[in-house]
Design a protein around this ligand. Structure first.
Ligand SMILES: [Zn+2]
Length: 463
């Protein structure tokens, strides 16, 4: 059923009437450098939480607005804002998620503007967090204002707000937070506004995420270091064994060579060699790796990257054969793959390819579940209509080759909830990098889409 055109017009005019003011609010949020890493001042993170708390409190839409924390490993987690307005008359409860913490600014010389002083140039706002994910916060805020303005302050839809404060630090207390606040956070639909659109003009729902399996390994061939001039040629050193083992992880084309790993469903979007080279900076003289469509390789198939090796630094190297070497293998796993099984397959591979009877031991592991959204739920269908109407372009399904670990937690704690991962970013947003920015027209459309989603939800009876 298509959305009613009066509703679309109302949503657009409400969002437009508040837009300039909300962009000023977004600037104020960007000016607060709330970073959840230990090396940064926690007072900034508190200030950031306070600003978000006050912002949503003054909407006067919620039954309560509170700033809460959860403990993890004896440490207090970062402050998160939880607000709830209970659904009435059988209407759905929709949870709006974003995060108020940001990435550290990184290399300051690479920024063309001050990362914490927002500036607008050619239709984009530049600043750390302007896109990731303070744009998500302001999109939620705008949508809440719009439903109040259009449906009146007595509307029936339930809205829960959850703005966490440590996403960029890996959400350490997130799972405990969910468990402790389960009753207040329970919802029929969870909107995670922390992803990217397909382009500035083509909206997208992120329907798959790859999972992660990482494994530290140690390869040992000798009891102690040896003079390479005395024994080289007859005795294998650990670096040689490690290199050969790691090389076995890919075939000659660069496909993952670990047998038995799962591949997800194929993507149906176009992404060319030129697109890949432009977006990744891959030089013209360096070839791609792997086979099959590019999007399937980065979204729906496993990939393996060796992300660290501890041997000897070049500066300290001498003509010595290393007795043992450590490496960290990072594997992205396809949507639908269990991480525990993928780890088992990786280990079987390593054990079967270990050269020269070397000794292999396993160190630290990390397991993150992949994500596949429920395509059949009403929320996905409504979100597609709202996005398509707001952007004037049909919404597409995209994957992400990386992981958003907290999404796996959400699916575990709230298995019945429909999760929509929506975008406020676009491919030029450079989240996590210098010169992060948000496309303002795209952001306005994201606000209209979310307002439409809330307004349509308000007219839907689910129980
Ligand atoms: Zn984010």
């Amino acid at each position: 059923m298509p959305l009613n055109s009066a509703l679309i017009e109302n949503a657009r005019s409400s969002i437009t009437s508040q837009f300039d003011g909300n962009i000023e609010i977004l600037k104020d949020l960007v000016r607060i450098p709330g970073i959840a890493w230990d090396a940064f001042d926690a007072a900034d993170l508190d200030a950031s939480a306070r600003a978000v708390h006050n912002l949503f409190e003054q909407t006067a839409v919620f039954d309560f607005v509170e700033t809460r924390t959860a403990m993890v490993d004896g440490k207090q987690g970062a402050p998160a804002i939880v607000a709830r307005r209970a659904a009435k008359n059988g209407k759905p409860q929709i949870l709006l998620y974003a995060h108020h913490d940001v990435q550290p600014p990184g290399d300051s010389s690479a920024w063309q503007t001050n990362p914490f002083e927002p500036s607008i140039k050619a239709g984009r706002m530049y600043g750390r967090g302007a896109a990731d994910d303070k744009a998500g916060i302001i999109a939620h805020y705008s949508a809440v204002q719009a439903i109040k303005q259009i449906a009146g302050s007595d509307f029936d839809l339930g809205i829960t707000l959850f703005i966490e404060g440590e996403e960029e630090a890996g959400s350490p207390s997130f799972r405990n937070f969910l468990d402790e606040n389960k009753a207040d956070l329970a919802a029929d639909v969870i909107i995670v506004a922390d992803s990217s659109n397909w382009s500035e003009t083509v909206p997208a729902l992120t329907t798959t995420l790859r999972g992660l399996v990482s494994q530290v390994i140690q390869v040992k061939t000798l009891d102690h270091a040896l003079h390479s001039g005395m024994y080289g040629g007859a005795v294998p050193d650990a670096m040689m064994a490690m290199i050969r083992l790691l090389a076995s992880l890919h075939d000659d084309q660069g496909n993952v060579a670990v047998q038995g790993l799962h591949t997800g469903l194929a993507a149906d979007l176009e992404y060319s060699d030129a697109d890949l080279r432009r977006d990744s900076g891959l030089p013209a003289t360096v070839s791609q790796i792997g086979s099959g469509s590019i999007l399937d390789r980065i979204w729906n198939k496993p990939s393996i990257t060796v992300i660290g090796i501890d041997g000897q630094s070049v500066a300290l190297s001498s003509n010595t054969m290393l007795p043992s070497v450590q490496a960290k293998i990072s594997m992205r796993i396809a949507p639908g793959q269990q991480p525990e099984r993928a780890l088992e397959l990786l280990r079987q591979h390593l054990e079967s390819k270990l050269p020269f009877g070397a000794d292999l031991t396993y160190g630290e592991i990390e397991l993150g579940k992949p994500f596949e959204s429920d395509a059949s739920g009403w929320a996905k269908q409504l979100a597609e209509q709202a996005l398509s109407a707001a952007y004037g372009h049909k919404s597409v399904d995209v994957g992400i080759g990386g992981s958003i670990p907290f999404i796996a937690d959400l699916t575990e704690v709230f298995p019945a909830a429909q999760i929509l991962v929506t975008g406020v970013e676009d491919p030029d947003s450079r989240a996590h990098s210098p010169n992060e920015s948000v496309h303002l027209e795209g952001l306005r459309n994201a606000m209209v889409a979310e307002a439409l989603l809330l307004l349509s939800g308000n007219e839907l009876t689910v129980q």
